[in-house]
Design a protein around this ligand. Structure first.
Ligand code: PSV
Ligand code: MN
Length: 388
């Protein structure tokens, strides 16, 4: 098997963007629990995100959600982030929380509402110009609940038209990533339910339109790593929204529900050239922490991705190819499993220390007193929550 020391330099290349909304309160339709110290402003969310990077050096950027992270002055927000050692990343649009969008946004039959949704994306691009962000991420709640409710084909055509207008507004260095989700909030059909639809829509636009794969947005049993392989093969994998699911869109800590699946996905990422700064594939988290503290929740998440990336890099690819070509079914499988079963935690701890990072970032954060400090200081105001 490949040795840890030979793959260690590649770990330097890892960057996982954090979602600003992970630091706000979240929950289910049954209850949203408040947590002492929860940020009240985008600045406080960024300050918390910076803590994750401080102890792990894995998360140099924070994704924004508009309008949840709306501020007067985005250049000032950018400087604030820089002062905290992080940058601003992907800008996420939001056309799922206004009454006008009850029957869709970019797909709506009403041209006025469609234009309103397009204008919202133009506003997001204006934000990107000020924050220096590269990616505009679009996820649509558009769809229908009952057969016959909507003209499926007409909606697809209107979506193509709306996306074309948004794409045309992007700057030369900017990209669009279109996320898919197979159900929820629409239950009969979603207008962008799967990677094929997302691919068909972005392929029609041009080079800088790509697919965003949210690991939680697939039916149980879906072979997600196959989709990763295919999108990389087609040059259309733009970004990941990482999280874990047991049942639906649970948004739990990545690698918590099924570490083996995360390993398999990361193996295909590495195999397909999707790993590293020059790959063009953005690693992001899209998670919520409903009952655990948010900063350590995010920390655990990026560490899980790092751990499974190290294991994926450990796969002896030459030996694997030889076994595959020789028809050695069990030998090939054993090569994958050897890498997956390798406990890299001690090696990672030593490697972190060699880079002046704490061997155990979770313990270092817990000992820092930051959690207590924000709980004491952040009194009053309105805690940020999913939707604000
Ligand atoms: C939709 O479920 C989604 O995954 C999209 O990425 C949204 O931007 C995000 O969740 C909001 O939490
Ligand atoms: Mn997502």
């Amino acid at each position: 098997m490949t040795s840890f020391s030979s793959i260690a330099p590649r770990l330097e290349e890892q960057a996982i963007e954090l979602p600003s909304w992970a630091f706000g309160n979240s929950g289910t339709r049954f209850k949203v629990f408040g947590t002492p110290g929860t940020p009240r402003t985008p600045e406080e969310k960024i300050a918390d995100a910076a803590q994750v990077n401080k102890y792990t050096a894995l998360s140099p950027t924070v994704a924004l959600h508009i309008p949840w992270d709306k501020v007067e002055d985005y250049s000032a927000l950018r400087s604030f982030a820089q002062d905290h050692g992080v940058g601003l990343g992907t800008v996420n649009s939001n056309t799922f929380q206004e009454d006008d969008y009850k029957f869709g946004s970019l797909t709506n039959v009403d041209p006025t509402i469609r234009q309103k949704a397009i204008d919202h994306h133009f506003e997001c691009i204006d934000v990107m110009d000020q924050t220096g962000s590269r990616d505009l991420k679009i996820w649509l709640a558009d769809g229908s609940n009952y057969p016959g409710q909507a003209d499926l084909r007409g909606r697809q055509d209107r979506l193509a038209d709306s996306l074309e207008k948004i794409y045309a507004r992007l700057g030369e260095e900017q990209r669009m990533v279109l996320e898919y989700k197979f159900f929820e909030p629409s239950f009969y059909h979603m207008d962008v339910p799967d990677w094929g639809t997302s691919y068909a829509q972005v392929a029609a636009l041009g080079e800088r339109a790509l697919v965003c794969l949210d690991t939680g947005h697939h039916a149980p049993g879906t072979n997600i790593e196959f989709i990763v392989m295919q999108l990389l093969r087609l040059g259309k994998l733009g970004s990941f929204d990482f999280n874990s699911r047991f049942y639906a869109d649970d948004d739990l800590i990545v690698g918590a529900a099924d570490p083996f699946q995360l390993f398999r996905i990361l193996y295909e990422v590495v195999r397909g050239g999707g790993y590293g700064a020059d790959s063009g594939v953005a690693f992001m988290l899209d998670q919520c922490h409903n009952v655990e503290d948010k900063v350590p929740g995010q920390m655990r998440s990026v560490l899980n991705v790092q751990e499974m990336t190290a294991r994926a890099l450990l796969v002896d690819s030459d030996a694997l190819t030889a076994a595959q070509e020789a028809g050695d079914v069990l030998g090939a499988n054993a090569i994958m499993m050897d890498a997956f079963y390798t406990d890299v935690r001690a090696d990672l701890a030593t490697w972190r220390e060699s880079r002046d990072l704490p061997a155990d970032p979770m313990a270092a954060y817990a000992a820092s007193g930051y959690q207590q400090k924000i709980a004491e200081e952040r009194v009053g105001g309105v805690q940020a929550g999913w939707g604000a």
